[in-house]
Design a binder for this molecule. Sequence first.
Ligand code: HEC
Length: 112
Amino acid sequence: MITAILITVLGCAGEPADTGPACEVDAGGGHPTWSNFGEAFFITYCDACHAAESPNRFGAPDEMTFDTEDEVRSQTPSIRYTVIDAESMPLGGGLPPEDLTQLDNYLNCLGN
Ligand code: HEC
């Protein structure tokens, strides 16, 4: 009972889900979030083609937009597959390994 309440409270505080791959936390207790990593990552590497308002999406699917953390969260499996596993996104792939590692942890910290 107490455990259930604690989990509920932590969940409401935006803590990562306690299932799936672990969210790695640094020595200071920090981990990648939308504001310290995700937003800049998707603007830098993806939004030229994937922003809803992009003037030229180069054929990127209409439903595949990464303007908000919720949009990213709902597309996590496709993002993980195309960017980290297949390295087909951004078109042509080839992101620096450090960025792939950080993206992987960011997605883990989203609870996915
Ligand atoms: C230069 C333009 C461009 C950039 C930059 C780009 N994409 Fe794409 N993306 C596309 C196009 C075009 C498609 C549709 C054709 C395809 O799947 O190859 C697509 C499709 C996708 C899909 C759906 C693939 C599928 O098989 O359903 C995902 C997921 C995706 N992109 C993620 C990303 C992410 C994440 C980034 C940034 C790391 C990114 N893209 C950067 C152009 C781009």
